[in-house]
Design a binder for this molecule. Structure first.
Ligand code: BG6
Length: 524
């Protein structure tokens, strides 16, 4: 077996995968396609079996047809024309199960033992709970009572989805329930942003390039800006969303994880626990807001009113299904966050996320400090700061904005762009986040899963904001759908002398592509 740098095998370990919620959207759109891609790309060990579990009655044959349809619709590789399809599908089994009945888990155990013998999976079991979090505790408990964790050999792993709690107290309770059954190292908490190619690339770009790491601190960096913008509204998730809001839905997890990736120190080893230790240190260094006024000064929240998307009118948040007419839930927030450690003292991290914004984009902009005012250049031109931009989605890439002489002119300076587009370079068929994460869990690599102490610290930070918001109902700004959120979010930066840099697709017109600089007509 080939082992990679962190000691995990290159191929999944043989195992039985138990997919709870097998008739749901996540399984159909992400998990089955992920397993199939792993198989097609030789990353899935041959000794595997999958058990789909849900309440609905389904035969193995029906389940395999559902599997085929999900792959045809959502997978990167299609199943038609695959000569091995029947053999692949024969690893998939279905069992209808009521998660409240322990005797049904006993039946599941019998099936597990049988599949273990048939497919020689060495007693390894991976339980993927694509279920509402309030069910995690009960399912864990019944897995234990039903004897599923007593296999004679092999490992047990539990993979769970967000939201992991509603606040620190509920997350703690949920964690306690799970930990009565599973050890921390057996738990894989998914934050799918950590499975994104470019989020993983942040570490590499930072730590493998001599010209970034020495500048990665408060001496050279003016501020960082993280944007997670979406064009969709809350769609059919109004019930869940109104209880959650943008801060819990995106801030506590994806956003703070991106902050940690940008701010963390280089780990001493590329070992999952060393990396996660460094991320925890960042979360510990987040400056807690001291008072409600402090929150008001540093965090802006908004809610979309009716507006337009792609030229069509769209309703406001309060008119969405399952949302109360007087809802004060935020669909947008922006914040100024400080990481109070030696490296980052005084550098603002501006973060923003929202629904019904003009573009679907995930981007991180690092704005470098200006060069000292140079009288020589300043006579003719205003220097723009250098920017390093990580484009996470929809297009993956890295963009660097620099200053150069305008060809043919005497001392006129133009911003130029060096743009590396990952999709153009390595093909758009890069693995999806879920594919990476399922693959990592199947090999026992925890690096891109969140550890309990990360989750707890992130909740602690978020709870302080939520607490202030409870007493400040009026501080919710409305923004028309299809705009970049409340004006107050721009003022958050303007007060510090900065502005939000335009995100993907809205580059400033004056930036010249590096490749075209030579050809530009001389300016008289
Ligand atoms: C989920 C949130 O975690 O992330 C959703 O619950 C959001 O509200 C989604 O739409 C965004 O993910 P992505 O990968 O499309 O940016």
């Amino acid at each position: 077996m080939t082992i990679n740098a962190i000691g995990a095998p290159e191929r999944s370990e043989g195992a039985v995968y138990f997919i709870f919620g097998a008739t749901g959207d996540l399984a159909r759109r992400k998990l089955f396609p992920a397993l199939y891609s792993m198989y097609r790309e030789g990353k899935l060990a041959e000794n595997f079996a999958v058990v789909g579990l849900a309440r609905r009655g389904r035969t193995n044959e029906q389940f395999r047809t559902d599997l085929y349809n999900s792959i045809q619709e959502f997978a990167r590789h299609k199943a038609d024309g695959d000569d091995n399809w029947v053999a692949f599908a024969s690893h998939f089994h279905y069992m209808s199960l009521d998660i409240n009945h322990v005797d049904e888990f006993v039946k599941l155990r019998n099936l597990a033992d049988q599949l273990d013998d048939q497919f020689k999976t060495d007693g390894n079991r991976l339980f993927y709970l694509a279920l509402a979090p309030e069910l995690f505790g009960n399912v864990s408990f019944n897995l234990k009572s039903g004897g599923l964790l007593d296999s004679r050999q092999g490992w047990n792993r539990l993979v769970i989805e967000k939201p992991f709690g509603y606040d620190l107290a509920s997350a703690q309770q949920l964690n306690d329930q799970i930990r009565q059954v599973f050890r921390e190292e057996e738990v894989y908490r998914i934050d799918h942003y950590l499975g994104k190619e470019m989020v993983q690339n942040i570490e590499v770009v930072r730590f493998a390039n001599a010209f970034f790491e020495p500048l990665w601190n408060n001496k050279y960096i003016a501020n960082l800006q993280i944007t997670l913008s979406e064009t969709v509204g809350v769609e059919e998730r109004g019930g869940y969303y109104d209880h959650s809001g943008a801060l819990r839905d995106m801030g506590q997890n994806h956003m703070l994880q991106m902050v940690t990736m940008m701010a963390m120190e280089p780990p001493s080893r590329l070992h999952p626990e060393d990396i996660r230790d460094e991320k925890v240190k960042v979360l510990r260094s987040l400056r807690a807001y001291k008072s409600d006024e402090d929150v008001q000064q540093n965090v802006v929240r908004g809610q979309y009113s009716s507006g337009t998307h792609k030229g069509k009118s769209v309703p406001g948040y309060r008119d969405e299904d399952a949302v109360p007419d007087d809802s004060h839930t935020e669909t947008y927030f922006a914040a100024r966050v400080y990481v109070d450690n030696f490296r980052w003292a005084g550098v603002p991290f501006y973060v923003r996320t929202g629904k019904r914004l003009p573009a679907k984009t995930t981007e991180v902009v690092v704005e470098f400090k200006n060069m000292p005012d140079n009288i020589y250049f300043a006579q003719k031109t205003q220097l723009e700061p250098n920017l390093l931009v990580f484009r996470v989605s929809p297009n993956e890439g890295i963009y660097l904005k620099m200053n150069a002489k305008r060809p043919g002119s005497q001392w006129s300076i133009v911003p130029i762009a060096m743009d590396f587009s990952q999709s153009a370079e390595v093909g758009i068929n890069t693995p999806e986040a879920y594919e990476r994460l399922l693959y990592d869990a199947s090999r026992g690599d925890h690096t891109y899963f969140t550890r309990w102490d990360e989750v707890a610290l992130a909740w602690k930070f978020v709870d302080r904001i939520e607490q202030a918001w409870k007493s400040q109902e009026n501080e919710l700004y409305m923004y028309p759908a299809g705009t970049w959120g409340p004006v107050a979010a721009q003022q958050l930066l303007e007060r510090d002398g900065y502005r939000w840099w335009p995100v993907n697709g809205q580059r400033e017109a004056e930036v010249v592509e590096m490749s075209s600089v030579k050809d530009a007509a001389p300016i008289k």
